[in-house]
Design a protein around this ligand. Sequence first.
Ligand SMILES: Nc1ncnc2c1ncn2[C@@H]1O[C@H](COP(=O)(O)OP(=O)(O)O)[C@@H](O)[C@H]1O
Ligand SMILES: [Mg+2]
Length: 157
Amino acid sequence: MEDKIHIANQNAKIIPYNSLENNKIKVNNLSVRYREDLPYVLHNVSFECDIENAKIAIVGRTGSGKSSFLLSMLRMNQPTGSIKIGDVDLLDLDVEDSRSLLAYIPQEPFLIEGSLRDNLDPFGKYSDERLIEVLKDSKLQESLNIKEEMDKKKSEN
Ligand SMILES: Nc1ncnc2c1ncn2[C@@H]1O[C@H](COP(=O)(O)OP(=O)(O)O)[C@@H](O)[C@H]1O
Ligand SMILES: [Mg+2]
């Protein structure tokens, strides 16, 4: 992780990574709709919570907007309002920067076409040692002959 992230607002500020460290997520007046002629699926949602060592669940009936909130954090829909982690508003960042701050475990696992290495590190940023460490931490190394598997091509899904 680089120690600076860029804010893509009109001032193109560069903020230090440690401004993420005030351990709170604050959502303010978050609104999302999928098209201008459709109703809002999130309408002025505001809340804040401590995130240090926390596991936070969002619960609600089907269609209540849980996935839409996640998609807003990942910048896959076009919300208004703000989603602040520490002092940083995810919605002010370049999409690439805001996505690089988040990790996401999907309900359905999938692999992209390519090697195990491509799947773990699609941008080629980490060493083999680091990737092997991650596989070990995830308890996956026992089911793989890592050295052999790392560059073997996987087909999609
Ligand atoms: N791509 C989309 N286009 C239009 N409406 C959508 C889209 N995705 C979700 N919705 C609508 O947004 C509302 C919230 O859905 P969603 O965020 O998937 O809720 P949840 O994850 O809580 O089940 C629902 O009414 C759903 O039909
Ligand atoms: Mg959902």
